[in-house]
Design a protein around this ligand. Structure first.
Ligand code: AMP
Length: 396
């Protein structure tokens, strides 16, 4: 077990919290502040326990001076101030006298937000390459380090691994919740354990399939990646998405785990991917040469339901159709409806699936929606996340 923020006496301590404020911004407006809201529990806990709070986050990628203008955290500081109903001391610097003085002047309960950690990437990628001197310098600004940025914990950066190497460290409430739901899946899931995989490419999910095929009772496959599996089982898939390089991998999985891999039995097709395209549903062996499969069909949903109804744990990663187009989202929506009515522990593995279920209005039907697409995928692949590994163990 990792130490958490609760394991420290925060009173009068300078507490660096690495949060994930990497929010989408359009026309200088934050279009979705979920990530800021998700960090509030940890920040409020630190405030209420008399800490001097120093927040660090990245925003976007920084390669040029223009990127710096686009990814200025000032706008986030304003939103955070509204959400906390509290003044935020925003420092437009990632190092230097102004930052150091502002930190030394902090009073208990104050909150300071430093400029985007990736401004340090402009020269030699210092943040993203975990420059040792940068990590040590940032660590010198605080007394305790708390990592609550799950979405970046699969990367070793100066603002996570770097700082944690030099300070007493723990995780925040957000990472604690991620681990609470994701770790049992990897170690000891309640069975039957069913994995739903979709999305576009097989290549992105190879690691997950390799790791979970031995742990899961069933893997239900939909989305674009299903057509590569279907092609590997000699089915004509017309012009559907295919990941040629991974056909052999799919064949291997189908041959060795035939009883675990459940493929679609029908499909919804179009001739062109566009909003107004006419759709045609057919059985899987009836796809025409000029058709593209864009969703799972009604019979596949019924088939998937038989597995899901018995399940005790379900994790879903990857939409089963091109859900961004309303008339192609029936499979993904139908799956949400099925999951809504079953009593298993239901987890969404982040990324596109998270936006799909939230946009379709099913957010509350899941026990946990992971905040880190890449990080949760790597956990499910059985990998260790460096930003979490580096955190001290709780010996008690
Ligand atoms: P991923 O990031 O790999 O999870 O892929 C998510 C994307 O897969 C979404 O943008 C979906 O539109 C896309 N997707 C789902 N089903 C299909 C399909 N049948 N053909 C092409 N793309 C698909």
């Amino acid at each position: 077990m990792k130490k958490t923020i609760r394991d420290f006496d925060l009173n009068n301590k300078k507490v660096i919290i690495r949060v994930d404020f990497n929010v989408p911004i359009k026309n200088q407006m934050i279009t979705d502040d979920t990530r800021i809201k998700e960090s509030l529990d940890t920040i409020n806990y630190a405030i209420n326990n008399n800490a001097k709070v120093i927040l660090m986050s990245h925003l976007g990628r920084i390669k040029t001076k223009e990127d710096e203008i686009k990814n200025d955290l000032q706008i986030v500081s304003e939103r955070l101030s509204k959400l906390l109903n509290k003044e935020i001391i925003f420092i437009n610097a990632t190092r230097g006298i102004e930052l150091e003085k502002a930190i030394n002047d902090l009073k208990c309960g104050d909150v300071l937000l430093m400029q985007n950690t990736r401004y340090e990437d402009l020269i030699d990628q210092k943040e993203s390459s975990n420059d040792l001197r940068l990590g040590k310098y940032w660590a010198s600004l605080g007394d305790i380090y708390i990592n609550d940025a799950f979405g970046t914990s699969h990367r070793a950066h100066a603002s996570n691994v770097g700082i944690a190497t030099y300070l007493p460290s723990g995780i925040g409430f957000l990472i604690e919740k991620e681990l609470k739901y994701l770790q049992p899946i990897i170690n000891n899931p309640k069975r039957p354990f069913v994995v739903i995989l979709g999305g576009s490419k097989v290549s992105d999910k190879i690691g997950v399939i390799k790791n979970l095929v031995n742990k899961a009772d069933y893997i239900l496959i939909g989305g674009g990646m299903a057509y590569t599996f279907l092609k590997a089982s000699q089915i004509n898939i017309g012009k559907s998405l295919v990941d040629e390089e991974n056909i052999d991998f799919c064949k291997y999985v189908l041959e060795n785990y035939a009883d675990k891999i459940i493929l679609p039995i029908d499909t919804v097709n179009v001739e062109k991917i566009e909003d107004s395209a006419a759709t045609r549903q057919c059985f899987i062996n009836e796809i025409k040469e000029n058709e593209i499969g864009i969703d799972i069909g009604y019979n596949t949903l019924k088939l998937f339901k038989t597995y899901l109804e018995q399940s005790k744990t379900v994790i879903w990663n990857g939409p089963v159709g091109i859900f961004e187009i309303d008339s192609f989202s029936k499979g993904t929506r139908g799956l949400c409806e099925i999951l809504k009515n079953i009593s298993a522990v239901k987890i969404i593995g982040g990324g596109d699936t998270a936006s799909a279920v939230i946009n379709l209005g099913y957010k509350d039907c899941f026990d946990h929606i992971s905040t880190g697409g890449g990080a949760s995928l790597e956990l499910l692949e059985g990998k260790k996340l460096p930003g979490i590994e580096v955190i001290e163990e709780n010996e008690n």
